[in-house]
Ligand binder design. Structure first.
Ligand SMILES: [Zn+2]
Ligand SMILES: [Zn+2]
Length: 425
């Protein structure tokens, strides 16, 4: 009985302790918002492609320095890392924001829409924050400002990671999270945990989504060439037609997901490019295909590669042709730490409102944040970005509209998660 009483008392004390600062937090966040929205508009209006985040990282560095946060610039080319120490010693929590934009032409009617262009893959193209990284960067800058004002509540260290080059890079090029780690980021700072956010236009402003376990799929890319024998298109008997073999292979690859994996194993195998032939009366000698594989279960990687080989080997041999095959593993599964998630969910629900925090499916797109999550316990979650009553295009499209008001929700939630995590709740 006495034990129960003490436990209840302790629980009340802990809960009250956590809530004690909520009003102060709300007030500080409110005061922070106008300046941060101004920064968000600047970043959104002048987006920069992967590894070209010069103005963005300059802005980030200036802002952190103005708060008295110790920074390192030029991390993994254009990354910025900030270190903020609380007034009391304790654990280290890392926060990650990505800063790069995409070669997409913006089609929104925002007053701060981007009309900037850049050369990408030899072509002139519009550039847009179509993945919401301007929101992530703005949220984490806001968190830096808020936590600086609430230093007396911080027991430990906050490591701010402003990461370049999250979006796709040419195959084999190292950049982004992987390069930051290779340069020794976590060997130097040893975070006890990491939090990350991603914009989610399927959720409304005010809503937060999370998935227990995997947050994002792993991403691998493949290219294969079907090698046949060229002939006049009217004499197929003289050819080994790589177009027909390619069609058979594309369909057979879909059986990996439908016949080799358990029905409850989420996965994607997409052939995204087929290139072959030069005119309509010549059977070509080769067809080149490429695409991507997304998995939530890292143990299936070997199985996928084995089945690809078997299908290519069997199908081309049956036709009298041959093949070349290249398979590259990219970002791993972005895995949340379930224990950390369960520990932090009450904070999230307290700040955002219980009915606004919802379990969602993992996203089959990859995020190289996964490399950070491999190194320490992680909680990566979705921030609702669509203004209620409006329609937003999806991520990576020119009509994606991430609403300003999502930033306040992000700042408040991440700040509270940091304070509660470091206070040992
Ligand atoms: Zn993206
Ligand atoms: Zn993204």
């Amino acid at each position: 009985m006495k034990f129960i009483f003490i436990t209840i008392q302790l629980l009340i004390f802990v809960t009250a302790g956590a809530q004690k600062y909520d009003a102060e937090l709300s007030a500080i966040v409110k005061g922070t918002i106008p300046g941060i929205i101004e920064i968000r508009h600047k970043i959104h209006q002048h987006p920069e492609l992967s590894n070209c985040e010069f103005k963005t990282s300059g802005l980030v560095a200036d802002y952190l320095q103005s708060l008295g946060i110790e920074i390192t610039t030029g991390v993994a080319r254009t990354g910025v890392v900030g270190i903020m120490k609380g007034t009391k010693p304790g654990k280290t929590i890392a926060l990650r924001a990505d800063m790069d934009a995409l070669p997409v032409t913006e089609q929104t009617n925002y007053s701060f829409k981007s009309t900037d262009t850049a050369v990408y893959n030899g072509k002139n193209t519009g550039v847009m924050h179509a993945c919401g990284h301007d929101i992530h960067t703005s949220v984490m800058l806001g968190v830096a400002k808020v936590l600086t004002s609430m230093k007396d509540k911080i027991s430990g260290t906050v490591l701010f990671i402003f990461q370049p080059a999250e979006e796709n890079l040419p195959a084999g090029e190292e950049a982004g999270a992987k390069l930051m780690l290779k340069e020794g980021l976590f060997d130097k700072f040893h975070p006890d945990a990491i939090f990350g956010i991603h914009s989610n236009p399927a959720l409304q402003v005010g809503q937060i989504g999370y998935s227990l376990g995997a947050a994002n799929a792993s991403s691998s890319t493949f290219t294969f060439t079907i090698i046949g024998k060229s002939a006049h298109a009217a004499s197929p008997e003289l050819s080994v037609d790589p177009v027909v073999v390619s069609a058979q292979v594309v369909l057979a690859l879909q059986t990996i997901r439908s016949r080799n994996f358990e029905p409850f194993e989420p996965s994607v195998i997409t052939v995204a490019q087929i290139h072959g032939g030069i005119r309509d009366n010549i059977i070509p000698s080769e067809v080149v295909l490429s695409g991507t594989v997304r998995l939530l279960n890292p143990r299936l990687q070997d199985e996928v590669q084995k089945r690809f080989r078997e299908i290519l080997e069997g199908t081309t041999r049956a036709a009298g042709g041959s093949y070349r095959f290249d398979y590259r593993r990219g970002a791993p599964v972005n895995m949340n730490d379930s224990a950390l998630q369960l520990k932090m969910l009450p904070t999230m629900e307290r700040i955002a409102g219980k009915r606004n925090v919802q379990a969602i499916h993992p996203w089959m797109a990859a995020d190289d944040y996964a490399y950070f999550a491999e190194r320490c316990p992680s909680f990566f979650f979705s921030l609702g970005t669509t203004r209620p009553g409006t329609i937003s295009g999806g991520l990576h499209t020119g009509t994606f509209m991430g609403d300003d008001d999502s930033i306040e929700v992000g700042i408040k939630t991440v700040s509270a998660l940091v304070i509660d995590f470091l206070s040992g709740l």
